[in-house]
Design a protein around this ligand. Sequence first.
Ligand code: ZN
Length: 323
Amino acid sequence: MRAGSSGTNVVGDEDRKACRTAAWALHLWGSGVNSRPYVVAIDVGATKFEAALVDGDGTLGERHRVETAGATTATGLADRLVDVARSACADGGRDIAMAGVGSAGPFRVAGRTIAPVNLPLWDGFDIHNCLAEGLGLDVVVAGDAQALALGEGWLGAARGHENYLAMVVSTGIGGGLVVDGRLLRGALGNAGHLGHVVVEPDGRPCGCGGRGCVEAEASGTALRAITGADPRSASVRLRRRTGTLVGRAVASVVATLDVPLALVAGGVALGFGEDFFDAAQLELSARARLSFARDARIIPAGLGDSGPLLGAAALAYNTMKET
Ligand SMILES: [Zn+2]
């Protein structure tokens, strides 16, 4: 494995890229059965980091995980990330083409520097450089929900679709947008922050500084604040209200971007189940009335708890296809 090999860090970026490209081409043409190499998929969340090898068919290797709690410095946290990624890379000594990373955001610099709201130690952390140096691999980084959107298009509920959005309705609310078959990244890498679509103009204050964002009304954090109780004990009425507000946010995005399919993942949405999705579809159908939008659907995402890692892998495979 390249990780930890002493020579890699002295090789310049361009040299390294050329070497990897050559290795990738050799692997592609030299292999008979499985013509696609492995990538290492890395999910960077607020509470844990997870990594696994993924092959070109979407088969996940062993999942390696480390908690973020207890880290006291940015470097200490970075060491945990590199260690867990190296552990995944060490599985089986396979040829690894690159690393794909889905990370908590937002980004300060697209694909490079993050300042996650829930990881205050990393206030402007260059995650790209950290992993490129730590693993000796080419690395591509996107938002976690952006990566999830790509994974859903590859192997999940958006397979065969080129225009859709993915949302995660969990502790917070995130999203990713695929338009014309391509992930939208935006100026600083933050396209798809669907949690901050306003659904109640005079609603609750939001952590972003605004008011009435869907994240401030329908996230797990918001529900806990509204009821004073665990969202899992929410009434049917509150489950339906949560679905309604998410459907309302989706209606605006569907009309804006002409994306007729919305996939929703995350513990709140999936935990609320039919109550959530029925109400969301009703609201979406009532609000999205333009001819191109009125058949839009909102459905559960398909990859379950493999979604973040398969999404990170999809990001890597997509990047290799484009270069
Ligand atoms: Zn907001």
